[in-house]
Design a protein around this ligand. Structure first.
Ligand code: SF4
Ligand code: SF3
Length: 554
């Protein structure tokens, strides 16, 4: 069966953007993630609208016209909301589409139309929600079923990469950092994803997206460290304490800060969850004594971990799953996250009022007793690692450290992901594991020991901190006066959603070779596109831990 069989059968829904994709091809009836055809259609319509806005924005930029900030903001937020496991709420997509239509009209007024103006740029959003869904079927991914498979694959990769960068750009933006080159790339990227039929140009644009995303991650790093200081190695509890509590999940540090401020002196414990764990290492956040530790593991365990817990839960971004009834009344979303029937905390005049979350936590009363305490150490961002880089270099020169592995990326539910746990377990004792993102929950509670005082497991942070990993690799390459590819460093990456796609493009744009990728390869890469990447960058799928270790370590 070819990759496009589902597309050619012209089913109503077609989504292939994440690793969890049905049958390795596409979700066509309902997403494995739980996304229904209606929401899938609305997300497709958002992307179609973004392509039209992309065309108009790119023309505005060619004429050196200024695109208003609120339009950049909307483009990035709307695109972010179509990322896997962020927003499942149709009402919110209808509102975003309405705002998008206004933005499109304003850009159209700026640049006008001519014979080349594509239909997406003049697509007027119908008032009737049902007609919108019908339109989505007409202009969504199935509209490209007859396109050359390689061009379609390159366009899809570009859109998914833009979704990933939209998340990072949005996070930086809410903390006050923007970059004109990053903002501009969304228009050029969506314009090309709408119209380009030039494979070489699209491939070039994918690398340019990777490069632009490095800048985007740099401004996000600046945003985080300017607001909260540099993460410091910090020993943090991963067990619970008696008393009322709120669990905060997702990636948004600004939301966590606002909640910490609003809960000061209220007798409520705040726990991080999932990708919020690294927040415990920032001086500007750990200074709050009621930020007491981390609860639970990676996103795919949330339904079990949140089942009936006696506290409130705040989801600030991905990954949210359909809540069970047992906690539907105590889970809240904010920012881009959304789920039908789940209360959403909106931003009003730049402020968020978390009172409903706080009241819920107080009503539920919390845990009855302290658990026996267990701790892990987090906070090895680039600044902390630079502080010990001299010791690290000495350890490499003396042979005490033989190799570094970056074992990081997204987690997910598939059994094949045990590979990453086994990899951390079986990596020889003279190797150091750098990790980041939610995949680390598979091994971050293991005691891997240290090498002459340097911990063998260094947690760099969220997927949002991939910039730190690049900085660390560059510092090592500088110290050894060599190329990143010549370092005793191998990247063993796990992917799930579209942020991982754009990070991969960033690594390729940096010329990083020999990446091992799993647990499976993206369904949206056509055979030719995949082969091009394999030939140019020696990307390989993960195989078996012992075999991969033997190959890497020779
Ligand atoms: Fe399927 Fe992933 Fe798309 Fe959800 S996001 S519908 S799981 S491909
Ligand atoms: Fe995880 Fe969703 Fe990707 Fe931030 S939280 S890495 S999967």
């Amino acid at each position: 069966m070819g990759r496009m069989d589902d597309m050619n059968s012209r089913t109503a829904m077609y989504c292939n953007q994440c690793e969890q994709v049905a049958r390795g091809q596409a979700c066509t009836r309902r997403g494995v993630c739980g996304k229904d055809p209606q929401v899938a259609g609305l997300q497709d319509l958002v992307i179609y609208q973004m392509k039209g806005i992309g065309y108009l924005g790119a023309r505005a930029l060619e004429r050196a016209l200024d695109i208003p900030e609120d339009i950049h903001d909307l483009v990035q937020e709307a695109t972010f909301e179509t990322l896997t496991n962020v927003d499942f709420d149709p009402d919110r997509f209808h509102r975003l589409l309405e705002e998008g239509d206004q933005a499109r009209r304003r850009l159209l007024e700026m640049v006008g139309t001519d014979a080349d103006t594509p239909a997406a740029a003049t697509y007027a959003l119908p008032a009737d929600p049902d007609v919108r869904i019908d339109d989505a079927a007409r202009v969504g991914p199935l509209a490209e079923a007859d396109l050359d498979p390689d061009i379609r694959s390159l366009r899809q990769t570009l859109v998914y990469g833009l979704k990933g960068m939209a998340a990072y750009a949005h996070h930086a933006r809410v903390l006050g950092e923007t970059d004109p080159g990053v903002d501009a790339f969304f228009y050029r990227g969506f314009d090309a994803a709408l119209r380009s039929e030039d494979g070489e140009a699209l491939l070039g644009l994918l690398l340019e997206l990777g490069e632009t995303n490095l800048r985007c991650m740099e401004i996000l790093d600046t945003a985080n460290t300017r607001n909260f200081g540099h993460p410091e190695p910090t020993s943090v509890p991963v067990t619970v304490k008696e008393g009322p509590f709120i669990v905060v999940s997702g990636h948004d540090l600004a939301d966590l800060r606002d909640l910490l401020e609003q809960t000061e002196g209220r007798g409520i414990h705040i726990y991080t969850h999932g990708e919020m764990l690294p927040a415990l290492a920032y001086p500007g956040l750990k200074k709050y004594p009621h930020l007491v530790g981390n609860y639970g593991g990676a996103w795919q365990d949330q339904v079990r971990e949140f089942d009936g817990i006696p506290g409130a839960i705040l989801m600030t971004t991905n990954c949210i799953q359909r809540p069970r009834d047992s906690y539907m009344d105590r889970i809240f979303t904010t920012g881009p996250a959304g789920f039908p029937g789940v209360a959403h905390i909106p931003e009003v005049d730049g402020q968020k009022d978390f009172t409903p979350v706080i009241e819920k936590a107080l009503t539920l009363g919390g845990w009855d007793e302290d658990e026996a305490e267990q701790r892990i150490t987090v906070g090895f961002g680039h600044n902390a690692v630079m502080g010990v880089v001299g010791d690290v270099i000495d350890a490499v020169k003396s042979g005490d450290i033989r190799h570094f592995f970056l074992v990081g990326g997204c987690d997910g539910a598939k059994p094949g992901r045990n590979y990453y746990t086994e990899f951390a377990e079986r990596a020889p004792k003279d190797t150091v594991i750098l990790t980041l993102a939610c995949g680390k929950f598979r091994f971050n509670k293991m005691d891997l020991g240290d090498i002459g005082g340097i911990p063998r497991l260094l947690d760099i942070g969220q997927c949002n901190d991939a910039y730190s990993a690049v900085k660390i690799a560059e510092a090592l390459a500088d110290a050894f006066a060599c190329d990143i590819n010549a370092l005793p460093l191998s990247m063993i990456l796990s992917w799930y959603e579209q942020k991982a796609v754009v990070i991969l493009l960033t690594l390729l744009a940096l010329g990083v070779k020999n990446i091992k990728l799993g647990p499976s390869l993206p369904a949206f890469l056509s055979e030719n596109v995949l082969n091009t990447l394999i030939e140019a960058y020696d990307i390989a799928p993960i195989t078996d831990v012992d075999r991969d270790l033997a190959e890497i370590l020779g």
